[in-house]
Design a protein around this ligand. Sequence first.
Ligand SMILES: C[S@@+](CC[C@H](N)C(=O)[O-])C[C@H]1O[C@@H](n2cnc3c(N)ncnc32)[C@H](O)[C@@H]1O
Length: 382
Amino acid sequence: MSAALVQQPLFEDVVTVPPTEGVKYAGSKLKLLPHIIELVRSTDARTILDGFSGTTRVSQALSQLGYKLIANDVAVWSKVFGDCYLLNKRPPSYYRALIDHLNALPPQFGWFSEHYGGSPETDSSKDANGLKKPWQLHNTMKLDAIRAEIDVLELDEIEKAVALTSLILALDTVDNTIGHYSSYLNRWSPRSYKTMQLKVPRLIPQQADHLVFQKDIFDVLGDVSVDLAYFDPPYGSNNEKMPPSRVRYAAYYHLWTTVILNDRPALFGKAKRRRDTSDRLSASVFEEFRRNPDTGRFIAVEAIEQMLMAVDARYIILSYSSGGRATAEELHEAIRKAGKLLKVINVDYRQNVMAGMKWTNEWIREDETHPHHEFLFLIEKF
Ligand SMILES: C[S@@+](CC[C@H](N)C(=O)[O-])C[C@H]1O[C@@H](n2cnc3c(N)ncnc32)[C@H](O)[C@@H]1O
């Protein structure tokens, strides 16, 4: 039976989306927020697990709408953003003096400048060894001074998270990248010439007691019980028509880890990544696009199925970016095992339309014919 696909513009204004803040991030759900909120609102959920919180934009938005959040991500930067935006109870004015103090520090040449600072003398970002750089020296010297001072000041955990978030947001505005740090641009980007300026993050003093974890999702599931879980895992794509694409978060954003830990790690490769972000050491099961030789199924889809089955939640919203027919069919099967698929939203950014699907299994064919769609599934668990 063919489904009637109702094409609608992306009604950003139908649902009021609270303002959020975040770094440039592969797979950030900023544009999907109206649809995620719409789906959450169609349930009676009050407590929400944001299981792969990334920038924490989804958690930031939902917390402002009165939901109680548990934000989790395996990445340390997401923990820092979560501590900053979800756990802070002080007004933004409390942090003014701290941020002014950090901005006023005299730049100094240190470890970050040695490895990641480049000279703007020519328009090429390459150093004498031919290595491209993510920032200009005047900004890495500020980074060196500010990062050292954050460890000297006796900050509590939330103050430190606010200072580090502010520093990372500022660095993200003067970068010489296409949005991640596994390679850098050859010619300096116009924004890399600007001098970075820290700002007090857009803090909403929180009333509720949210929780923020930095764990593998499978280590969280046994400990939490929520009304609704939002899952936005990274996907290993397996599209027969396109080469497999992978987003390795630990590798893409290694510099945020190093800015936070300030641990001067061993580095490797042209982008000077942390050695502990090599594919061998940092791969997530959700980033795995190959089939399991024992079961013949996609490893990432098996992990999603295991997660859908294990979570203690009445509702699940699952985000999925198209990955080809085979993955779609297996994913549909995994969803069917875990619960009742109540609604599918299919968003095509390029045409600025979304389609509500009349028949919930119709998305599989859509996925095949439109390989760049993003889907949201609302599932009620059995
Ligand atoms: C698509 S992004 C999430 C983006 C987020 N919803 C946003 O709007 O910013 C996927 C996230 O999953 C995290 N991740 C990867 N493997 C994980 C695992 N096993 N457990 C928890 N988080 C994981 C990555 O660090 C990354 O932040």
